[in-house]
Design a protein around this ligand. Sequence first.
Ligand code: LLP
Length: 408
Amino acid sequence: MTGLTSEHLTAMAAKHGTPLYVYDAALIRERYRALGDACGAYPHDIHYAIKANATLAIVRLMRACGACADANSGGEIEVALRAGFAPKEIVFTGVGKTGAEIERAVTLGVKAINAESPGEVERIASIAERHPGAAARVAIRINPDVDAESHPHISTGLRTNKFGMSIDAARALAREIGRHPSLRIVGLHVHIGSQITKTAPLARAAEALAGLATELMTEGVKLEHLDVGGGLGIPYQAGQPVVSPSEYVAAILPPIRKTGLRLVLEPGRWIVGPAGVLVTTVVDLKEQPADPKSGEARWFVIADAGMTDLLRPALYGAWHDIAPVNPRPGDDRLCDIVGPVCETTDTLGSARRLPPVEVGDLLVVRDAGAYGSVMASNYNRRAVPAEVMDGRLIRRRQTIEDLLQWDV
Ligand code: LLP
């Protein structure tokens, strides 16, 4: 049960307009705590994956909870610093780090730069050489060739995916880094994908990570931590089987425990996903030709939020529960809930059964706290929505003036 009640959503929409992201801080805190509790007494750090929701107030909330940070770009490093994280609390991940981003991470002295390739390690080394002092702290991201069995667009652990490097390449690189004066290898990293709902792939990735760590430590390579990435899925639909935090930890911890190394996690979605919703207003209703199979009447419910506000349904065919905030009595109707953007894929939900709705009614799109506002865009010169948490505005709605100020 969240604090995102109909009364609250109605009041927030009246005050701030729609589309509007609404978050429940208590639920974020509770979920953060549940993940930590599942890790028990084993030494661990939870690095919140900022990419899931990078709104400053939420990143600050994660810090207040005691989390560390996982940044995926120079921009996210700056957000982490602005939220008050110390460099030693930040891991920096991501394919294609630029020289400027590496330089920033090296001079800050982040906890680990999760290196994606041997070439990147060379670039880190040459930048670190120019900054004598502390050696750059590097973790190697392995690609264990494990199928996360999630949506292919968000699976990252197969050898055909662009992420990380093979175990063989990582082994050779770890030995080289050990001999490099301006680099220090501090850990190994793996992240096989997102919205993972089975334990086996997570366990296999952790085993691969721990296996390589054991080999390297036997050779005398000194490591500090093993970073198992993020990926824990949430139930977007009632009854959808998912992995609980305790099942998750039971899957990943046994191999890590054998190494004795500190456990690092990078969860995003699991913490913030269910704690946010998108509230949108019905702006038009249009009857479609009857459903070809059943002959049943079918309606377009046209909302003021679309793919520019919540991209997941258009991009992945992702399901988000949608319901009227204040349901009216009457029989359900077969509906496609669509946005105002000039793309056929601009859908929030297809073939849904909704109680009767009228123009001006509010709809709530659930589980939008992760990969919602961060993936919003200005396509069609649309303004990115406002965001509120616990009744407080945490990000104001963009205006057309905001958008136009970049045009020179
Ligand atoms: N660590 C790394 C290196 C990552 O690439 C990601 C997510 C995470 C941690 C956090 O994963 P999580 O715990 O949130 O699953 N836009 C997609 C999700 C992309 C995830 C990208 N990487 C979506 O809307 O489903």
